[in-house]
Write a protein that binds this ligand. Structure first.
Ligand code: TXA
Ligand code: MG
Length: 344
């Protein structure tokens, strides 16, 4: 398999910034012609192309500067369309689909022969998801092919949760941006694979593990935090702003004196209350300390922290709660390799 062929491709584009709007017919026409359209979902925005058209799929990798070892998810309008792309569907996959689609769940299943290997990075399995967003669902219903769509950000950078985020980073590499408003969940889908028909958690996400376990029983986890390209997707460094992030313990306020200024504090509720009037800027994921709100605001505030006068970003792991764990996973990857506390 080619390694990093995308990363080595010179950035090319004299394209005008994409138009943003809610014209599904236009989006459908462009996609049928093999073009790229950014689509809203309940989790994050995706950069979509015809998932059965190899050239169109390759142009996603090129636009994102995404390495070829990181497979894409195919998005479809419903369960029948999804399972028509799978060679085999374990019973528990059907139960999960019934319970959570449309929704923030991706199922990794053995692929049918007509699913191109460019989508799956050479794997015999394919990620399938029915996103829960009215605009995108009606778009998918107009198409007779699935949409391959990774998150619509340059590879490694913070995921987009508004049409503006897509425009900011990939505006000149996208043919149209379908604007479905801010994403309601804000963190990527939960990914489940199967081993001997038993579900395995591959990526934590917006669908809570405990909700999945109500259907499947105890879930095995195979989350790979590494820089190993053979571990699809779960790269240690990911979702990262350009600026340095320091992950601090709220008790360790003495740390502030040792840090270069200015400092932007990315906080949650009153976690870092004692720090707030001693830093240069405060961004709060949820002043009320609500984890669902923090998930929704997380990527947007990371982007905001990455803008304005050059600044160090100081933040901390969120306290107890299932969604806290999921957000902390993203935070850890965003901060890599700068993290100064261990968290596993
Ligand atoms: O919420 C989401 O899942 C969003 C929206 C746009 O649907 N999409 C998204 O895609 O997060 P992306 O490309 O940023 O992450 C896709 C990840 C890959 O990095 C990989 O970890 C996993 O999905 N994946 C896809 N196909 C796989 C496969 N066949 N085997 C294992 N993992 C797979
Ligand atoms: Mg992504």
């Amino acid at each position: 398999m080619l390694r990093y062929f995308v990363a080595q491709t010179a950035p090319t584009t004299d394209k005008m910034p994409a138009e943003t709007g809610t014209d599904i017919e236009r989006a459908a026409l462009l996609l049928k012609a093999g073009k790229l359209v950014a689509i809203p979902t309940e989790t994050v925005y995706g950069l979509a192309a015809d998932g059965l058209n190899e050239q169109a799929v390759l142009s996603i990798f090129k636009a994102k500067n995404r390495p070829d070892f990181d497979p894409l998810i195919l998005h479809v309008s419903g369960r029948e369309a999804a399972f028509s792309l799978a060679e085999y569907v374990p019973v528990k996959a059907r139960l999960l689909a019934d319970a959570f689609w449309p929704g923030p769940l991706t199922l990794v299943l053995p692929k049918k022969a007509h699913v191109p290997f460019v989508v799956t990075s050479g794997l015999d399995t394919v990620g399938l998801r029915v996103p829960n967003h009215p605009l995108t669902l009606s778009l998918l219903k107009q198409l007779d092919f699935p949409l391959a769509a990774p998150s619509a950000n340059p590879f490694g950078y913070v995921s987009p949760t508004t049409a503006q985020h897509v425009l900011d980073n990939l505006g000149d590499k996208t043919d149209y941006i379908l604007d479905g408003g801010p994403c309601t969940l804000g963190i990527e889908s939960t990914i489940i694979g199967f081993e001997n028909d038993e579900p395995v958690l591959l990526r934590k996400g917006s669908l809570k593990k405990s909700d999945i376990e109500k259907i499947t029983g105890p879930l095995k986890e195979k989350i790979n935090v590494s820089g190993n390209p053979k571990a699809p997707g779960q790269l240690a460094a990911h979702y990262s702003p350009k600026r340095k992030i320091v992950i601090a313990e709220p008790e360790n306020i003495g740390l502030l004196q040792t840090l270069p200024r200015p400092v932007t504090l990315l906080t949650f509720g009153n976690l870092f209350q004692a720090w707030e009037n001693r830093v240069d800027r405060v961004l709060n994921l949820s002043p009320e300390g609500n984890l669902a709100e923090a998930a929704r605001t997380f990527y947007g505030l990371l982007r905001e922290a990455d803008q304005g006068p050059e600044s160090l970003i100081v933040t901390g792991y969120l306290p107890a709660g299932e969604m806290a764990e999921v957000i902390n996973d993203r935070l850890q990857r965003a901060a890599f390799p700068f993290k100064n506390t261990s968290h596993e």
